[in-house]
Structure formats: structure tokens, C-alpha cells
Design a binder for this molecule. Sequence first.
Ligand code: KG4
Ligand code: ZN
Length: 335
Amino acid sequence: MSEPVTILGIETSCDETAAACVMGGADVLSSVVSSQIDLHAQFGGVVPEIASRAHVELVVPVIARAVVEAGIEDRRIDAIAATVGPGLIGALLVGVSTAKALALVWDVPFVGVNHLEAHLYAALLEDPNLTLPVVVLLVSGGHTMLVSMDGHGQYRLLGQTIDDAAGEAFDKVARYLGLGYPGGPAIDRDARKGDPDAIHFPRAMLDDGLDFSFSGLKTAVVNHVRKHPEVETADVAASFQRAVVDVLVTKARRAAAEVGATAIALGGGVAANSLLREELLRACDADGRRAFLPSPSMCTDNAAMIAATGWYRLRSDGPTPLDHGADPNLRLPVR
Ligand code: KG4
Ligand code: ZN
């Protein structure tokens, strides 16, 4: 295939319907994200059936807008990439079926993309000169991982959560504090009004390897608020956020030192957290490493990262057969 190749990416793994056109794996021509937050907020979390139905309604208009905003004729799209997992199966199937149908009609290759790999690529997408190996701290609603990205498609899992994901902890604590959904941005906002040193919450497994544990922290928050009902919510939010960020940054630093990486990148929705970004930058400055912080809109779910990953996967593996299904439990291919 002659370069550069324009890829239409489609993302429907959870509660964002997204489409993007990316040229040459790095040049984002358009990136459209339609969030379903308002639909799910009243239930305090994502309702899978509602998500699937909303994707069905939104996916075609979102793709149409991405194609128009990219300023290209649909005939000049060279391949279609879609998230095949992990995620909610009903939601994934909407994007995968749409991508396959378009691939058939337009007679272009289909590329199935791993959502977790795409979060790793989001950092690369905004800085194609990033030199590998790089340690990526991938922190999303469903995953918390430290990965050494040694080459394209070559990943080593250095550590992961043994219970809740970091984003899940943000969402559960925010719900308990009555701050609404999604919890991460709500805590990020409220924490700015609070004192991060007001309460010392536990930092589980801080001195212990590269794995994480967040479920005890959530319990500690609940116990503290029960014991001190007069406590300021903003102080709880700020102290909780400080505890999560302390652990994430300490372990990311340790991981980079262990593998001799000269850079740390952030990926996943929690990477949009303002304190995490500040603290990681500070730590990297102190250690003489580079920090790659994708813009917040590239951290949360989007289709530009799907199209960029699709470009690399198409080059390395070729098209994905059209009988390849969606896999809600797909794992990152690690060594
Ligand atoms: O990557 P993502 O958009 O979806 C998944 O693949 O899970 O991540 C969503 C998660 C949610 O748990 C949300 O609360 C969290 O990312 N999040 C944040 C922030 N923005 C989103 N967590 C902390 N601070 C934020 N600013
Ligand atoms: Zn995600």
C-alpha cells in the first residue's frame, strides 16, 4: 500500500461514540466524540443496554461528521479501524458491524483494534518522535497498568491493579460523596477547593513492587466520612486524589528506573487528571526523564487513537478478516 494512508477509526467500546480520520498514523484530520454522559448520569454509571442503543443511533451521524470535518471524500478513506475489545459486548458490536459494513461497501481493509493498545498509542499520536522504550502508565475506568512499550506492538506488563482500577476508585468515591458521574472529573474539580493534606488516606502497596490496589482506599474514605460526618467534601476529594496520585507516580517512577526508560507516558481517562499530570511532570523533571502527557481529550476515549493504532496494525499484520468477532475481555498482547 502506498503511503500515506488515511484511516477512519470507530470507537464504541463504552459510553462514547467516536469517529476520526487520521492520515499516516499521526496526522489527525478530524476527531468527533459524542459522549453519552447525560444518558447514564441519572443511573450513576454506564447502563450497557442504553449504551448499545445510543451507539446505534449515533454511530452513522458521528462517522459522517468525522468524514466531512476531515475534508475528504469518503472514497479516499483507505481502511477502516474499529475497537474489537475490551469493552461492553453490545456496544462493541455496533462499531465493529458498522466498520465491517463500510469496509465491504467501500472495498477497503478492515482493521480490528485493541482498545488498550490504542490508549498506549495516544501518547505517540501527539508526539511521533517519542523514542522507545517508554514506560506507559495506563489508567482508565477498567484498567490500571504499567507497560513498557519496547517497540511497535511489543509490550511488557510491569504491574497492574490486583483489585479496582484507578478510574473505578474515582467513580466509586465520587458516587459515595454525591459528586456525580463520571467521578474522575468531578473529584478533580472539587479537589481544587480542598486541602490535600487534611486527611492521610492509606497508600496501599506503596513500597511493594509495581502492582496496585485501590479497593482499601475506597473503604478508608467511606469509614472516614462515617466517623466524621462534618468533614468538608472538598477535603476528602483532595486527600483521596492525593493518595491515588502519590501511588501512581511513585510506581511509574520505579518502573521507569527498573527498565531504564528515558520517558514516561500517560494514557487512559485518569491521565486527564490535573494533579496526576502536574506530579508526573515534576517527578520526570527531577529524574531527568521526559514526560509525555497526551492532551486530556486524547486521554479519554476517542477514535483518533483507534485510527492511529489501526495504521500501525495494518502495516504490521495486514487487514483483519471480516469473520473476526468482538471480544469483551480482550487483553493487551504482552510478553
Ligand atoms: O479511558 P476512559 O475514557 O474509558 C475507559 O476505557 O475506561 O476512562 C474513563 C475513566 C473514568 O473512570 C473517569 O472517571 C476517569 O477516566 N477520568 C478521570 C478524569 N477524567 C476521566 N479520573 C480522574 N481525573 C480526571 N480528570
Ligand atoms: Zn478507554
